[in-house]
Design a protein around this ligand. Structure first.
Ligand SMILES: [Fe+2]
Ligand SMILES: [Fe+2]
Length: 252
């Protein structure tokens, strides 16, 4: 394995406190430790539905960041990003398949009539908008290579936390939920390779005199926004639980 450069070591040191805050945040811990099947099902369902809007533009973001990197003389990083963008195409479609399975299961188990449209009516969460804005600001800035810091931090979540998330989900909800977590399961595998690729890109950016402070700031912002997004999914899942309590109240 290639040794980390001094600059990449500095990056990891400077972003460490934000990674620790993420580790302690409630959303990621809900995934890994919630033991009530109904609460966990509601949360997984909401997270899957809300993740569609977080994921559908990924290919476009990476492609455009790559083009702007090339224009700013980060040519190798730019070309690699443009190539990589294709590997992220249509991943939001996995989420649509998953959420439909989870809704069907929810309606059967909890005697509800939830539809995907009910969830889409929630609209765009503020954290999703911050996430979109973060990408747009980076792509159009003097430092479009900072896209690599977003990719690195977000895809690292699947690698670091993914196996424990899946363990808890299948242990609490049952193995028959496997068709409802295809996006997550697939990303635990895919993002191992993508994380290696991201590290290589981070090193290339830093070797080409990228701004370390901008990279740290962008990576930290992505993690903080994503923690907020997960927390918001918990709040929405609570309304889903109240809705079924109301339904069962009406049935009695
Ligand atoms: Fe993906
Ligand atoms: Fe990926």
């Amino acid at each position: 394995m290639k040794k980390d450069s001094e600059d990449f070591k500095k990056y990891n040191q400077q972003i460490h406190s934000t990674r620790v805050s993420f580790l302690k945040s409630s959303g990621i811990n809900y995934f890994m430790t919630e033991s009530d099947p109904k609460k966990l099902h509601a949360f997984l369902l909401v997270w899957t539905a809300m993740s569609i809007q977080m994921t559908e533009r990924v290919e476009d973001w990476i492609k455009r960041a790559g083009e702007n990197c090339t224009n700013k003389n980060f040519t190798e990083v730019g070309e690699k990003l443009q190539y990589h963008s294709k590997q992220e195409a249509d991943h939001d479609k996995m989420l649509v398949t998953d959420v439909n399975f989870l809704i069907e299961k929810w309606n059967k188990v909890y005697n509800d009539t939830l539809t995907l449209n009910d969830l889409f009516k929630i609209g765009t969460l503020p954290e999703t908008q911050y996430y979109v804005d973060l990408h747009e600001n980076v792509i159009n800035s003097q430092h479009p290579y900072c896209q690599t810091a977003i990719e690195f931090e977000i895809e690292r979540i699947s690698v670091v936390y993914g196996p424990r998330m899946i363990d808890n989900l299948l242990f609490i909800l049952g193995d028959d939920f496997e068709p409802g977590i295809s996006f997550l399961a697939e990303h635990v595998l895919l993002d191992q390779g993508h994380t290696k690729f991201n590290i290589d890109l981070m090193e290339k950016c830093l070797a080409a005199k990228a701004s370390l402070s901008e990279m740290v700031k962008t990576g930290s912002d992505a993690l903080t926004i994503y923690a907020g997004f997960l927390n918001h999914c918990i709040k929405i899942s609570h309304s889903l639980l109240e809705r079924t309590q109301w339904n069962s109240h009406l049935a009695n």
